[in-house]
Design a protein around this ligand. Structure first.
Ligand SMILES: CC(C)(COP(=O)(O)OP(=O)(O)OC[C@H]1O[C@@H](n2cnc3c(N)ncnc32)[C@H](O)[C@@H]1OP(=O)(O)O)[C@@H](O)C(=O)NCCC(=O)NCCS
Length: 176
């Protein structure tokens, strides 16, 4: 039976963490690995909500660290599914860092994760479609196909010549 389609709102998750001494490096900034762990956890919860299944992380797109998050900051992570494919889902996660005493808050990171829904035996299992509801969700939905092709090409799971959506981004097929 076809699964009931879902929206991004169905999978939206917000997670809040306080940066404690055990989370920091010797400069009193949040360790990158700790932040990636939190991003993985919040994204996995979003993927579970979309699929109502156990999920495993298949990949995380490039995560770069521009501004440090400091000891005592409050970190808010927001995740939602952008698109469901067959057994895999793309999740978009955004990270905000807030220093409550000084009243400052900034968006520090964002990333895309891919999760695969699996059955009790660890075999991939189909997930519901996602139906975008807003222009921003539509943009994320459209881009998800290109990003999927890029990561599958990089993982050597797709031939570059089959990545048609990706190619269209670089080469205008009407100008052949
Ligand atoms: C992810 C995993 C379930 C894929 O299993 P598989 O036997 O390769 O299954 P398939 O080839 O049928 O691929 C299943 C889906 O995974 C996707 N996938 C596989 N590798 C991927 C990658 N590197 N990036 C993005 N998606 C990937 C495929 O595109 C496919 O998506 P679709 O069903 O939506 O088309 C399997 O590789 C696995 O269990 N990996 C370990 C997961 C894990 O332990 N994560 C924690 C990291 S420590």
């Amino acid at each position: 039976m076809a699964k009931q389609p879902k929206t991004s709102a169905d999978s939206r998750v917000t997670m809040t963490e306080l940066v404690l001494p055990n989370d920091t490096n010797t400069l009193n900034n949040l360790m990158g690995g700790r932040l990636m762990h939190w991003m993985d956890v919040v994204s996995a919860i979003a993927a579970q909500k979309h699929s109502n299944r156990i999920v495993v992380t298949a990949s995380a797109d490039n995560i770069s660290f521009k501004n440090p998050i400091q000891l005592g900051d409050v970190v808010t992570l927001e995740a939602k599914v952008t698109r469901g494919f067959n057994s895999s889902m793309e999740v978009y996660v955004e990270v905000y860092a807030e220093n409550i005493p000084s009243g400052t808050k900034f968006k520090s990171h964002s990333a895309f994760f891919t999760f695969v829904a699996v059955d009790q035996g660890g075999r991939p299992i189909d997930v519901p479609e996602l139906v975008p509801q807003t222009p921003e969700e539509q943009e994320l939905y459209d881009g998800a196909l290109r990003r999927r092709q890029l990561r599958l090409v990089l993982a050597k799971r797709m031939k570059a010549e089959d990545a048609t959506e990706l190619k269209n981004l670089f080469f205008d097929p009407t100008k052949k």
